[in-house]
Design a protein around this ligand. Structure first.
Ligand code: UDP
Ligand code: MG
Length: 136
């Protein structure tokens, strides 16, 4: 079993898509090990996305991520990291495969409805950025 960190981003929370996305999480065989709803600050968003701090989209991205509520999740499954990224689809919803969450719900490359860690190391860092041990 492997853990990954996932989010339902503000664009999807705003459009009342929490239930639909959590249903998909469960249908895909993930166990939800941690779950919370937060309204992150700009600073928290900047810390979380610090790997992208030199990118032109950094300021807009962190403003958007702190513009409303986000669902934070720790998901557990065999091959959780790669499986969740497959279920989400490509970063840009226009390039995402049919049947993926980003294809179905994403509004733009920024407002793409969900997040998923990209590797074992980042999954572990991202889980500890948002969750303390007793919450998982
Ligand atoms: N993003 C953006 N513009 C871009 C690329 C990415 O606004 O040109 C946003 C988008 O919300 C994405 C996040 O920044 O999900 C992190 O980018 P990354 O390349 O890590 O994509 P992901 O791992 O989320 O697919
Ligand atoms: Mg990424």
């Amino acid at each position: 079993m492997q853990k990954t960190f996932a989010m339902i981003k503000p664009d999807a929370v705003e459009r009342n898509l929490i239930g639909k996305i959590l249903s998909r999480v469960e249908e895909e065989g993930f166990k939800i090990s941690g779950l919370k709803l937060v309204e992150m600050s700009k600073k928290q968003a900047e810390g979380f996305y610090s790997v992208h701090s030199d990118r032109p989209f950094f300021n807009d991205l962190t403003a958007y991520m702190s513009s409303g509520k986000t669902v934070l999740m720790v998901l557990e499954r065999e091959d959780a990291i790669s499986h969740w990224r497959t279920v989400m689809g490509a970063t840009n919803p226009e390039e995402a495969n049919e049947g993926t969450i980003r294809k179905e719900f994403g509004e733009s490359i920024e407002r793409n409805s969900t997040h998923g860690s990209d590797a074992v190391e980042t999954a572990s860092e991202e889980i500890s950025y948002w969750f303390s041990g007793f919450e998982i």
